[in-house]
Every structure is written in structure tokens, then in C-alpha cells.
Design a protein around this ligand. Sequence first.
Ligand code: HEC
Length: 193
Amino acid sequence: MSDHKATVTVQSPLYYTIISGFWMAFLAILGVNIIGGFILPTEKPALETFAYPIEVAEVAVASADGGGPAARPDIRPMIVAANVDDGKAVFRKCASCHTAEMGGKNGTGPNLHNIVGDEVGDRNGFKTSDSLKAIGGKWDYAKLDDYLENPKRLAPKGTMSFAGLKKPQERANVIKFLMSNTDNPPPVDAPAQ
Ligand code: HEC
């Protein structure tokens, strides 16, 4: 009799434990779904808003100081490692407007022979825009890199209708190609001018 009582009193909390266990599991799964439903939509925009300001920040940094060389990663080690033939391939994007060989004709854009280290906007007889001339100085590596990434950043009213080479590797390659068409390119480690 006392045995039977004992089994009843032991079994019935166990029964409730099992039932409530199922309920808790059910509620836990429901909870995860509900909380997940709250977390996921807020997490996605959070990631986007995280990714976006970085791009904006880069642009802001670049324009805050006129996109000057100081704001940019140094392209020169990539130029040193770059390959002229790869640059020649990139130059196909430029060839509709530019020649690069000695004595090559001006087209839509000026002939680019001896451009590396040369005065900005001083291309044998080409009618350079005032916006490009306003850049001033010489085409050192940093300035070429900057211009070729986005011509409108350094020369907002310049006439080079080219979106720019967004990949640093492409810029390094094409600058290496321009060096190969320049008689005495400045040393790649020369200070910016
Ligand atoms: C759609 C035609 C076009 C394309 C494509 C083009 N350019 Fe130009 N480029 C021009 C014009 C036009 C100018 C003169 C810009 C000015 O006076 O504002 C110019 C100017 C330049 C200058 C400055 C020359 C100077 O007078 O100091 C460089 C350097 C240059 N381009 C390099 C390139 C390179 C490298 C490419 C390819 C990656 C390229 N361009 C693609 C039309 C073009």
C-alpha cells in the first residue's frame, strides 16, 4: 500500500515534468522563431548600414583633401610588381582615345608618350581643358593613380569621358605600360611632386 502510494507520488510529478518539458520545448522553438523573426530583419539592414558608411567614408576622405595622394594607399609597390604586357592589355580601354608610342597622333585624347613624370596637361598641341590644367604639377605615380581611378575627381570639368579603372591592379598595370612608353620615367620611389 505504501509502495503503491510511493509510485503514485513519484509518477505524477514525473508526468507533469514530461508534459511541461514538451511545453517548454515547444515554447522554446516558438520563442526562437519569434526572436529570430525580430533579430533577422534588424540584422540585415544593420549589416547594410554598416557596409555603406565605409564606402561613403572612403569617398569623403578622398574628397575632403581633394583626393590627394595622402588619402590613398600607395600604388607604387604594385607598379613595381606589375607587368607591362598586362598593362598593354588594360591600355585597350584607353586606345579608342589615346596613343602611347613616340610620335603617335592625338585623338579624342592626347598622345601619352613620355607622360609619366611630365607636366600635367602639356601634351604636344592637344587642347587640354582648364580643369585638367588646374591640377598642376607633374604626373607622379600617385597623381596618375588618382586620375585614372576617377578622372573627374581631380578634373571635375575635364574632358576625359572615362569612368576610371576601379581596380588598383589595373591602374598599376597600365601605369607600368605608360612607363614603358616614357623615355626617362622618374624612379618609382620618387617623392610626390
Ligand atoms: C573616351 C576617350 C578617352 C578614354 C577612353 C581615355 N581617355 Fe585619357 N584623356 C581623354 C581626354 C579627352 C583627355 C584630356 C582631358 C582634359 O583635357 O581634361 C585625356 C587625358 C588623359 C591624361 C592626361 C594627359 C595630360 O594632358 O596631362 C592621361 C594621363 C590619360 N588621359 C590617360 C588615360 C588612360 C591611361 C586611359 C585608359 C585607362 C584613358 N586615358 C582613357 C580621353 C580619353
